[in-house]
Design a protein around this ligand. Structure first.
Ligand code: ADP
Ligand code: ZN
Ligand code: ZN
Length: 722
């Protein structure tokens, strides 16, 4: 028996494993995911390693193989399934093994507080002197791995480990503060036919025990959550666990509550912003199998759910599932890898599915379940206002006449209004009218946003400087602010409606912990008539008295130089519109300079299919997903020359490898946003016809790229190429 061991497995730069011989007496103990003591290096010092694979053969000569001394853990710290997931992630995203392991191994597994050391058997063993005393003590009662005793006798305890006498195990769970009280609630209604059909599809796929993608395509308010809950119940009753992914935890308190109140199991929340202790508790509850449901954003897909039976991704189209920083994983893709490893279904829920996913659903690769109508209400009525026409007719305000008069109506009726704008701050651009100077960030190629606090801020790197009103280039006083952010909307609305009470929700008003919940609760209690906000207010909110939604400028995303910009526009508009009239008839007003764009027209008609038909034509013509697999190779450095040299290296390698693959290379060129946080960025976009070729080439580039002066980031299936 051979064990493949990763040394320094908590170092992201590690990319190698070593084969070790497993002595016969350890064969029963050796398991993937356990830690072991082995000799390492020329000096043969004893180090800790992690078993990542167990096999029968190796290419290395038997005589040269070193042996495993001792197995540390009683139960694997990372399950075999999680290690397999790490390997899949490493291969697909062309990462180093350490980067992938880092995702599935939480840092606290090396925190000794959660472990105890105990004897392997209850027999006395013949030992010499001090070893005997220590062993006796541990035999009597397990010691905490972090105790003074354990530290003072470290060397001797290790040698007892090497003799195979001790084991390392998680301390038993004691403090189950929020043990489930059986206060389960059930709704009064039964499922609709459409919901029942969707539920059946999920149950069948689960029973069959095969990997399947199920796209649950249902408009907002069509009862997707109810389907999730019923499906979870079914899976839990069969003793399996569920991961429920949500785009952002702070925006989904309602959903978490209803899941907790409906399921007869401990439900844990798992995300990277939790305190380390909270995260440890959640981790232990999942690992012990006490909790069968875990809810969370991106990182929840790595949670140690035991005997996983189902993965649900709510709002599967949300960009927050894709990591913006390296490693650029996409939790939806990872969910698919994990489902495949476990032979289980993954449910992708959305009112506005990702174009690729819908394409695969209608072409039969995924199962498609549709919920066509809202359960209780009709869809809101949507009006598109052409802002060019407003200008021509003499209205220079950022608000159209229609929007103003509809707000007026709502205020009179005592109903609420949501105003959406995808930009925070007061004004996104500040320009000198004398010399044309545009205020730019010192660290990024991004214009500075003027904030009411009197500062100019960079929204990429948080750089800020005091606004003087005098042009730094020519000294002129004719400096002007252009465009609107949420602060300006709030100010100007106050000028039109003096008595209206307004709340604003964006990154600036929500820096404090719990600020989001506070603002939402105040709005819910009707302490305000109007809520102004960015994307944050687009998702999942449900306010009975909210009957009017205004989109101030639908063009901010449409104008981005990116192949998903139409898709994002359609999704965002549909989503914001979905906030209106959840209980009473609602209206939506979309202001735009592009009233004929198909993404805006389709959104105004709640017509996903017609949006999809146009979009897929374009994707095909341009050779973008789902008609190609794309990788963005980005090279970054503080030094522009180095970044350039780095990307040239990548280009040479690509030329070499792409000959055998069906690939098109675009670039190298400067990234659309050339400088971010003082790092210069060059990129090459490559389109492949086949997924396997993409993976193959990306991994070869990763292995061969060895220019140390500039970092290479490989973005597989990027969300955008900015
Ligand atoms: P979605 O997740 O698709 O946006 P929800 O699951 O939040 O929709 O459902 C919207 C509303 O409809 C909720 O208040 C929910 O309680 C209610 N609902 C869901 N299913 C039914 C049903 N079968 N009959 C009546 N009401 C339902
Ligand atoms: Zn000037
Ligand atoms: Zn900046």
């Amino acid at each position: 028996m051979i064990a493949e061991v990763c040394i320094n497995y908590q170092d992201a730069n590690v990319d190698k494993t070593f084969d070790y011989l497993v002595p016969e007496h350890l064969e029963e103990l050796v398991e993937v995911g356990k830690r072991v003591y082995v000799n390492f290096g020329v000096s043969n010092r004893v180090v800790e390693g992690l078993i990542v694979n167990v096999k029968e053969d190796t290419n290395i000569e038997k005589e040269k193989l070193k042996r495993i001394f001792s197995v540390i853990d009683k139960i694997p710290v990372v399950s075999e399934e999680q290690i397999k997931l790490a390997f899949s992630i490493r291969d697909y995203y062309a990462l180093k093994l350490g980067q992938a392991l880092e995702l599935v191994i939480p840092p606290f597994i090396s925190n000794k507080d959660i472990y105890q050391i105990s004897a392997k058997t209850d027999q006395e063993i013949d030992l010499e002197g001090e070893l005997k005393e220590i062993y006796k003590k541990i035999l009597k009662r397990p010691i905490s791995a972090n105790s003074k005793f354990a530290k003072e006798n470290k060397e001797k305890i290790i040698s007892l480990f090497l003799k195979g006498l001790l084991k390392y195990e998680l301390k038993p769970l004691k403090s189950l503060e929020d043990k489930k009280e059986n206060m389960l609630t059930e709704p009064q209604y039964g499922l609709t036919d459409e919901q029942n059909r969707a539920l059946d599809v999920i149950k069948t796929a689960f029973d069959e025990g095969v990997y399947k993608n199920i796209l649950l395509f249902g408009v907002t308010g069509s009862g997707k959550t109810e389907v999730y809950i019923q499906a979870m119940k079914y899976v839990i009753e069969k003793g399996k666990s569920v991961i429920l992914m949500v785009p952002e935890i702070s925006l989904t308190p309602q959903m978490i509550e209803s899941v907790k109140n409906r399921l007869n199991t401990t439900v844990v929340v798992y995300h990277s912003k939790m305190s380390s202790l909270q995260r440890q508790m959640a981790w232990l509850k999942l690992k012990s199998g006490e909790a069968k449901v875990v809810i969370g954003p991106r990182s929840a897909i790595f949670a140690p759910a035991k005997e996983l039976g189902l993965i649900i991704v709510d709002e599967e189209h949300e960009p927050s599932y894709k990591a913006e920083k390296s490693p650029r994983i996409n939790a939806v893709e990872v969910a698919q890898m994990r489902a495949k490893i476990n032979n289980i279904p993954v449910v992708l829920g959305s009112a506005t599915p990702m174009v690729e996913h819908y394409y695969w659903a209608i072409s039969g690769k995924y199962l498609l379940c549709t919920l066509k109508s809202r359960v209780n209400m009709t869809m809101p009525e949507v009006f598109v206002v052409d802002m060019k026409k407003e200008l021509l007719e003499g209205n220079k305000s950022i608000f159209s006449r229609l929007l103003l008069s509809e707000i007026e109506k709502n205020l009179q009726k005592g109903e609420q209004v949501l105003l959406f704008l995808n930009r925070r701050g007061y004004s996104p651009v500040v320009i000198c009218r004398e010399c044309g100077y545009v205020y730019m960030c010192k660290n990024c190629s991004i214009s500075l946003t003027y904030h009411k606090s009197g500062y100019l801020k960079c929204h990429y790197c948080n750089y800020k400087e005091k606004y003087t009103g005098i042009c730094p280039k020519c000294g002129s006083k004719y400096v002007r602010q252009y465009g609107s952010g949420t602060q300006r909307i709030e100010d100007e609305i106050k000028m039109y409606f003096k008595d209206a009470k307004i709340l604003r929700m964006d990154k600036d008003t929500t820096t404090r912990k719990d600020a989001i919940e506070e603002i939402l609760n105040r709005f819910k209690r009707k302490e305000a008539d109007i809520l102004v906000g960015t994307q944050m207010i687009a998702k999942g909110l449900h306010f009975p008295d909210l009957t009017l939604v205004g989109v101030i400028n639908a063009d901010t995303i449409l104008n981005m130089p990116d192949f998903r910009s139409k898709e994002r526009t359609f999704q965002l508009l549909t989503q914001v519109a979905g906030r209106a009239g959840r209980e009473k008839q609602g209206r939506v007003i979309i202001q735009t300079f592009n009233p004929d764009d198909y993404s805006i027209v389709a959104a105004s008609k709640h017509d996903y299919e017609s949006f999809f038909r146009e979009e897929i034509k374009l994707r095909k013509a341009m050779g973008y997903p789902p008609y190609a697999y794309i990788v963005n190779f980005v090279v970054v450095s503080q030094n522009e020359k180095y970044a350039q040299r780095g990307i040239e290296n990548v280009y040479r390698l690509l030329e070499e490898y792409s000959k055998t693959a069906d690939a098109k290379i675009y670039g190298p060129s400067e990234s659309p946003i050339f400088k971010v946080e003082n790092q210069y960025r060059y990129h090459i976009l490559v389109k492949f016809k086949k997924a396997l070729q993409m993976i193959d080439v990306a991994n070869k580039i990763k292995e061969r790229y060895n220019y140390n002066n500039a970092e290479l980031i490989i973005d597989v299936n990027p969300w955008n190429t900015l």
